[in-house]
Design a protein around this ligand. Sequence first.
Ligand code: SAH
Length: 220
Amino acid sequence: MRKTDTQGIGMTSLRTRERLIQRLREEGIADERVLEAIRKVPRHLFIDEALASRAYEDTALPIGYGQTISQPFIVAKMTEALLSDGPPHKVLEVGTGSGYQTAVLSQLVPEVYTVERIEPLFKLARKRLRELGCRNVRFKLSDGSWGWAEHAPFDAVIVTAAPNEIPQPLLEQLAVGGRMVIPVGGASMQELLQVRRTEQGYTHERLELVNFVPLVVGRV
Ligand code: SAH
């Protein structure tokens, strides 16, 4: 990252950040690479200034347009699951939102492709990541349920909005040997699934009960 991670915050916030890492450890996040990436990415720069004092609480926060920046524990859990079979080279993220999860991923994998359907969020996330010097991320304004065919196959796919069923293009664009982490289910509660693609087909594992905003399908 180009800018220092202490930018705009004092020592108190650095301590709050350390407490968040400690809390994630206590909640079972064990992958040191993931914890280090979360320590490095300044979450307060991904939310409105009025909410910045709450940036290092383990909670989702509003980012406008009815959307939320994910809870740090969920970001950590999903990232850990994505890296669990060894670091992927190329990752597709559906639901850029604030760009926070994108920035965490950009610390950990060589190539990140991220798709968002709400234009102001897409623009703001792109600006933030540029300012932070994350050069290995490509952004697209689109309905991410169609994936990003030009850059497929992906070693990993992460979806941060919930569909009722896994969109078929995302399954098709997952490389053999790759994995996907995706919340699936109805409006208020979903199951976080880890899907692996093998030579024979797809396997599913349930990770957590989660609460994401819905994946909105259709024209942008
Ligand atoms: N990881 C993000 C989560 C944002 S909330 C963060 O921590 O900030 C989920 C995001 O998914 C929202 O920004 C929403 O606009 C987006 N989204 C919903 N349906 C989508 C779709 N079909 N394609 C792309 N993005 C979508």
